[in-house]
Ligand binder design. Structure first.
Ligand SMILES: [Zn+2]
Length: 483
């Protein structure tokens, strides 16, 4: 969440992943359908905003350059758009129209340009093989939950609020589609003279990262499954398979050598973990050093930080959104009222009395309401707004009738941070280190800016299985605090 973006709600959050042909198979050369390029271009700003904003600059240019080489190998030069997403979530995904998204969280666990090319090739493979068209629409729908099925039309922002949690799960491929994309990715690596084993290495690195994420996650099961694994089912199978594909193609392990140096130089200094401009999500706690605020979601809830709001999803279709704005002259109650009207839109609703109170010393106004969906389902919604000097922060909540109490502790946890607490929220970054003659994985890992699992984290970002494999003179990554 960026500083003070007015009006919490993500407009048109539910980008439609419309299934239709991506590649014109009647032509000799593959091409991306023009109408899909247009549609993907229209969705692009919303996708970027929802997943954390885009990283600009030399690193983004480097990623696009590697991506374009892969697109050339796939026979679709100049027909793809590559975007580096400013998120520590480990993920990459493709949208029909060949808009390819990759997170800096995924870049952080890669160690060569070959590995980057393998991931981008895998995503382009999904586009070229037209997997979104063959994906079953029903699978997408069911993940959105019961409320979304009953979403009301013309209902302002309530539909988006209900639908937000489904977004993370909307892009699911079958195992066979994953295999096909893996094979295409290996083929593109070979065409470009990259080391074909990079695909297997990358899948292996993702597996190691999954294990660490599962260990370090104190969240519920949904978010404990890393994003990449949710959208691209990963298995030991795929590693074995990618290895044998490289072998069959006659590739050799060390020839050509993987392009590690240009890759590592490109990501040197990259932010690792949360970007302080967007605030820190630590398990169920959100804290923002610039805004100097924090809150905590209840057990079983997950937080997703976007550029415009923090999205909160819990059991029983409980949903909330946290954002902020400027305090209007008319005061806090007027602000809360306006947000509630915006949320309910044209839906039939009973609106309760505004309830003024104080939360951890902050002036608070809460307005409950009960709204009816188009299908007649009753949902409880609310706005709770807090004044922090001349700013306002607020939660919007949505839950099936009678189920909103689960979110009450969260509404009571909103608080300001002291200068010291805010200062303790320090950003981390990737730093390159040359292995000295006496360095070991253990000794280098002690420089990792973490209190726990230093060695495990060091091994994962360097794609290493065990602590035995360091060579003097080679370059490795550590995570340090940004100065
Ligand atoms: Zn995939």
């Amino acid at each position: 969440m960026h500083k003070l973006i007015r009006s919490a709600l993500l407009t048109a959050l539910a980008f439609p992943l419309i299934a239709c042909a991506t590649i014109d198979s009647s032509a000799d050369a593959p091409s991306v359908a023009a109408n899909e390029r247009v549609r993907a271009g229209q969705q692009h700003p919303q996708i970027v905003a929802q997943f954390g904003g885009a990283v600009e600059g030399p690193l983004a240019t480097y990623v696009s350059g590697v991506g374009e080489r892969v697109a050339v190998a796939a026979g679709i030069p100049g027909q793809c758009t590559f975007t580096l997403i400013n998120s520590d979530v480990v993920n990459a995904f493709a949208v029909p129209g060949c808009y390819i998204y990759i997170t800096r969280g995924l870049l952080a666990i890669m160690n060569s340009e070959d590995e980057l090319a393998s991931v981008l090739g895998h995503e382009i493979g999904h586009v070229v093989a037209d997997h979104s068209a063959r994906r079953q629409n029903t699978a997408t729908m069911t993940t959105l939950g019961a409320i979304v099925a009953g979403v009301l039309t013309g209902s302002g922002d309530i539909a988006q609020l209900a639908g937000q949690a489904g977004q993370m799960y909307a892009l699911n491929y079958s195992r066979d589609q994953e295999y096909e994309s893996d094979d295409l990715g290996v083929r593109y690596l070979l065409t470009n003279g990259y080391n074909a084993y990079a695909a297997a290495d990358m899948l292996h690195a993702l597996g190691l990262n999954d294990e660490l994420t599962t260990r370090t996650s104190n969240r519920d099961t949904a978010s404990a499954i890393p994003a990449w694994a949710r959208t691209h089912p990963l298995s030991a199978d795929r590693v074995t398979r990618a290895n044998s594909r490289a072998q069959t193609a006659g590739a050799a392990r060390g020839t050509p050598p993987e392009r590690t140096q240009p890759y590592l130089q490109a990501i040197s200094g990259m932010i690792y973990g949360d970007d302080p401009d967007q605030g820190f999500v630590n398990g169920r706690t959100f804290s923002h050093p610039g805004m100097r605020i924090a809150f905590e979601a209840p057990q079983g809830f997950t937080l997703t930080n976007t550029t415009t709001a923090v999205l909160i999803a819990g059991p029983n279709n409980a949903r909330a959104q946290f954002s902020g704005g400027v305090l209007p002259q008319e005061g806090l109650e007027a602000y809360a009222n306006a947000r509630l009207r915006q949320l309910i839109g044209q839906a039939r609703a009973q609106i309760g009395q505004p309830q003024p109170s104080t939360t951890n010393g902050l002036e608070t106004v809460s307005i409950p309401a009960r709204a009816q969906t188009q299908q007649g389902q009753i949902v409880d919604v609310s706005v709770t707004a807090y004044r922090v000097n001349d700013r306002v922060y607020h939660f919007l909540t949505l839950a099936p009738q009678g189920a909103s109490a689960a979110m009450t502790p969260m509404l009571g946890s909103m608080r300001t941070l002291t200068t010291q607490q805010a200062a303790a929220l320090r950003p981390r970054r990737i730093e390159l280190v040359q292995v000295g003659a006496r360095d070991t994985a253990q000794s280098l890992s002690r420089r990792m800016a973490y209190d726990d699992l230093q060695l495990e984290r060091f091994l994962v970002i360097n794609g290493l299985d065990s602590a035995t494999a360091l060579r003097a003179g080679e370059t490795v990554k550590i995570v340090s605090y940004a100065r």
